[in-house]
Ligand binder design. Structure first.
Ligand code: NAP
Length: 512
């Protein structure tokens, strides 16, 4: 069975053999993915014609109501998505991060828009700014919907959350969306679209399962492209003439060698020591470490590194790898065998700079499944004492993998953090306000989000790896240089800002 795409309001399958997608746990075939023969030009025209017009008739709160209805429809049927997620290796906890996280994000956006955006189709950003002495000439900024579409290309690891966190601000901004999910988990995204499409205006959402050859040729300066995935794909797409010549807006979220720092005050026995070890293991094991925000580089004071190794190893020893839902399983499979091969290759490179101190990249005990048919991998903790080596700062093993490294002083720590060349998320775990301030001010320029974790906030903290819809998600440099979420900032980012000039009276009459 070839997975169907949702184009021009109907579900239809691509031609040809397609790309096979296997169950991450059993290796059995799930579906085939092909977009061969699908008319993407007609889909773009349909979005521009039908979707743009339908969304344009709605004010911001009306769009918020449609988004809320879509999210609630998904909530009703989330068990279907959990079941499909298990086929992609996700435990119930993993699926909740993706499915409930996605629904929650859409609901937060609906609420932010209802409360924070006008009952209008344009946003007036400021009061008139006087530009003449007599007060007859002024300027002010308005945000309006571009006459375009949003093409959203997502990574495999969050087929629901990754789609909804892009979809929500685009729809609120009035842009119809064409979603292109990653092939390995496209069947989960497609199911979610089946559930939500009826709640959205005609043409507001379309989905292409498979490649999108020629699609960028149809995009231009009124269009938006949202991309999540590897830095290599981001580089290829951002050099397309749609972006370089015709100035389609391009936002990228890419690889990230996120760090977490343990403070010198957080010695064994202090709550922060345990918080650090717990957070590291959580980040290594949720979604089997296939999270763009996971901690890849863990910096600890040189005099504490042995104690940290011991504490983390003890926690990793309690991780049970196996089939989602099987007795006692706490970590599922990677999305597929190719992904497991990629991670093993990356770990071999990392191990060249130091050593694997927990786990065996070639072997893992598995509960409820066959270790070789499924894409299972042990959690792998590495230690690199020679922090001048490039590998831990450059190689992203997109799996249950993290590397411990020592630092000696804050100046050295600043340098180590900066060697990630830009990250989505960082954290410092310490109860020493002076140290925290020093680290955060040094690290902020390299990060899109930075978490401080200590005994005071731990009970409510959302953790290192969880992007929040109210807060910015994105990062400079290697992380893609983009910005998503951040509350209504993401809606504004999809709109065109125009400075209007004229008499205060005419400006008022325009924005009324
Ligand atoms: P990927 O191979 O770069 O693929 C990402 C998306 O791009 C997929 O939908 C893929 O489709 C599509 N794609 C590939 N070539 C394309 C082309 N020429 N034109 C249009 N679309 C194209 O990345 P991935 O393996 O799915 O994801 C893993 C990577 O994503 C990791 O490096 C991770 O760090 C990063 N990531 C970042 C974030 C973030 O928020 N920053 C989140 C998650 C993941 P196909 O699957 O059909 O090839």
């Amino acid at each position: 069975m070839t997975l169907e795409s949702y184009l021009e309001g109907t579900w239809r399958a691509g031609a040809g053999e397609g790309v096979p997608v296997a169950d991450a746990v059993t290796g059995e075939s799930v579906t085939r993915v092909s977009s061969e023969g699908l008319d993407l030009a007609a889909a773009v025209a349909y979005a521009r014609r039908t979707g743009l017009a339908a969304l344009g008739e709605l004010t911001f709160p009306q769009r918020a109501a449609a988004l809320q209805a879509a999210a609630l429809a998904l909530k009703e049927r989330k068990q279907e998505l959990y079941d499909l997620s298990a086929r992609a290796g996700a435990t119930r906890r993993d699926a909740a991060v993706d499915v409930d996280g996605g629904i929650g994000t859409a609901l937060v956006y609906a609420s932010l828009a209802r409360k924070g955006l006008p009952d209008h189709t344009l946003i007036v950003e400021d009061d008139p700014v006087p530009l003449g002495k007599a007060g007859t000439f002024a300027g002010r900024h308005v945000l309006t919907t571009p006459r375009g579409i949003s093409v959203q290309i997502n990574a495999f690891n969050f087929p629901v959350w990754g789609m909804l966190e892009k979809l929500a601000p685009a729809l609120l901004a009035g842009l119809p969306v064409i979603v292109k999910p990653a092939t390995p988990t496209a069947y989960i995204a497609a199911r979610a679209v089946r559930v939500i499409a009826g709640a959205l205006p005609p043409g507001a959402i379309q989905l292409v399962a498979g490649g999108v050859p020629g699609l960028f040729d149809l995009l231009g300066g009124q269009d938006h492209i949202g991309f999540t995935g590897s830095a290599a794909t981001a580089a290829r797409l951002r050099s397309d003439p749609a972006v370089t010549r015709r100035s389609a807006r391009f936002n990228a979220e890419a690889d990230s060698l996120n760090c977490s720092v343990l403070g010198p005050d957080a010695v064994p026995g202090q709550p922060e020591f345990d918080l650090f070890a717990d957070a590291l293991v959580t980040e290594m094991t949720v979604k089997a470490g296939q999270k763009c925000t996971a901690i890849r580089r863990a910096f600890v004071p040189a005099n504490l590194i042995d104690a940290v190794c011991e504490a983390v190893e003890a926690r990793l020893a309690r991780v049970v790898v196996g089939a989602p839902g099987a007795d006692g399983v706490t970590m599922g499979a990677l999305v597929g065998l190719a992904q497991r091969d990629d991670v093993r290759t990356a770990v071999a490179r990392l191990a060249g700079a130091g050593s694997v101190i927990y786990g065996d990249p070639g072997k893992v005990e598995v509960v409820g499944a066959d270790a070789e048919r499924g894409a299972f991998l042990s959690p792998l903790l590495l230690r690199v004492d020679d922090t001048a080596r490039p590998e831990p700062h450059e190689v992203e093993a997109f799996g249950p993998v993290s590397t411990l490294m020592p630092y000696r002083d804050t100046a050295g720590l600043d340098e180590l953090i900066a060697r990630g060349e830009g990250s989505l998320a960082g954290s410092v775990v310490s109860h020493d306000a002076g140290f925290v301030r020093r680290v955060v001010l040094g690290a902020a320029a390299h990060h899109g989000r930075f978490l401080v974790l200590d005994r005071d906030s731990a009970a409510e903290s959302t953790g290192h790896g969880t992007p929040m819809p109210q807060l910015v998600h994105g990062g400079p440099g290697r992380a893609g240089g983009g910005e998503e979420e951040g509350g209504l900032r993401a809606v504004h980012a999809h709109l065109q800002r125009t400075a209007l000039q004229g008499s205060p009276a005419i400006l008022d009459s325009i924005v009324k």
